[in-house]
Write a protein that binds this ligand. Structure first.
Ligand code: PLP
Length: 411
């Protein structure tokens, strides 16, 4: 039972079928002028429209990239380099606003830019993972060149008020970028309605192939190009186009768009059933993040007294694939910077579990999932020094320390 769809998704059969001819039969280079090349160019432009339609953009506003990470890097570094050229000692154009809960593709790019003299404000979030709009307004200064705030969080699924954030950005004349890798195709994304200037999106989160993504760049917005070469993608990202990937991404975007309502309903039904049953059946279990402003496919739970890695391994034995936090952080044992930003103490954040729902999951699976979680949590608590089996209570309070700067800096 695959329940890690925020990490990646299986390629949809229909998507795969569309992609296959572009590996051999239709292998043309879209920059060439004979039939094969013209066919590739046509497929490229069809996919651009399919991706544009998913977010209500114009096809000319879509630039294909190798994925969400590249899109985030291109935007942050591209804007920083453009503004750097205009900066003077009296008018430094060097301030970026983001949040403490961004994906490492944004946070580590910000850290990189800090090495070159850029100043970054990392806005805090409340206990549900949402920024305070007054904090955003207060952080804007004359030197602010970019606000980069994710639409939906990849760990706890919290959805930010991006329409209002975009309004504030525009009121102050600052460019607004949002990382919509987890939201596009999962909830409505409309760049016009939501006041977005630049947006990152990735194919493999919506049942498309890996290694392909895009940036939406609103007409008239310009920043420095980072990948120079033969001038593909209208000069904004050179390199021979990844045609199978692009065609697959286009088809995946088309399906996600057509079935958005149906998928949202399906995901939310499973999400709510798991949350309701686990929190009522498993002692000391809590939901991380917001229930109101939450991705329909995100379940993020916390169990006191146990440790996430063991939970994941034991659930794997039960046939359930899930995550402790973000897929990007499982290679180290550090606690999640997102849960720290929500104010969850390190000892408790370690006992967290993310189940992210996809189209292959079914409401019929819920009872098995809940029973497996209960079984594994009970077993781990029996072994845990933080759980008193006599009284059936959490006794880890004495090991808990408050969240400190080191916890927030763990990405
Ligand atoms: N941004 C967010 C919010 C993500 O969840 C991810 C992937 O997990 C990325 C960016 C990176 O996207 P990609 O894997 O396409 O590079």
């Amino acid at each position: 039972m695959y329940m890690d769809n925020s990490a990646t998704t299986a390629v949809d059969e229909e998507v795969l079928k569309e992609m296959l001819p572009y590996f051999n039969e239709k292998f043309g280079n879209a920059s060439t002028l004979y039939g094969l090349g013209v066919d590739a160019k046509r497929a490229l432009e069809k996919a651009r429209k399919q991706v544009a339609d998913l977010i209500n953009a114009d096809p000319s506003e879509i630039t294909f990239t190798s994925g969400g990470t590249e899109s985030d890097n291109m935007v942050l570094k591209g804007v920083a380099l453009k503004e750097y050229q205009k900066a003077t000692p009296e008018n430094p154009r060097n301030h970026i606003i983001t949040t403490t809960i961004e994906h490492p593709a944004v946070l580590n790019t910000c850290k990189f830019l800090e090495k070159f003299g850029f100043e970054v404000t990392y806005l805090p979030v409340g206990s549900e993972g949402i920024i305070n709009l007054d904090d955003l307004k207060a952080a804007i200064k004359d030197s602010t060149i970019l606000i980069s705030i994710m639409h939906a969080n990849n760990e706890v699924g919290t959805i930010q008020p991006i329409k209002e954030i975009g309004e504030i950005a525009h009121e102050y004349g600052v460019l607004f970028h949002t990382d919509a890798v987890q939201s596009a195709g999962k909830i409505p994304v409309d760049v016009k309605e939501q006041n977005v200037d630049v947006l990152s999106i990735s194919s493999h989160k919506i049942n498309g192939p890996k290694g392909i993504g895009a940036i939406y760049i609103k007409k008239g917005v310009r920043f420095e190009v980072l990948i120079h070469g033969g001038g593909q993608e209208d000069g904004s990202r050179s390199g021979t186009e990844n045609m199978p990937g692009i065609v697959g991404f286009g088809k995946a975007a088309e399906i996600a768009n057509e079935k958005l309502e149906e998928h949202m309903k399906h995901n939310q039904e499973i999400r709510d059933a798991i949350i309701e049953k686990v929190t009522s059946q498993v002692k000391d279990s809590y939901v991380n993040g917001s229930m109101e402003h939450r991705l329909p496919n995100n379940v993020h739970l916390r169990f006191s007294g146990i440790e996430g890695e063991s939970l994941i391994l034991r659930l794997d034995n039960e046939g359930i694939n899930a995550a402790t936090g973000s897929a990007c952080s499982t290679h180290d044992l550090k606690g999640s910077h997102v849960l720290a930003a929500l104010g969850i103490k390190p000892a408790l954040s370690h006992g967290s579990l993310r189940l992210s729902i996809g189209q292959d999951n079914s409401i019929e699976d819920v009872d098995y999932i809940v029973a497996s979680i209960k079984k594994v949590v009970d077993y781990l608590r029996e072994l845990s020094p933080l759980w008193d089996n006599e009284t059936d209570e959490y006794i880890g309070d004495k090991f808990e320390k408050p969240v400190d700067d080191e916890d927030l800096d763990r990405y």
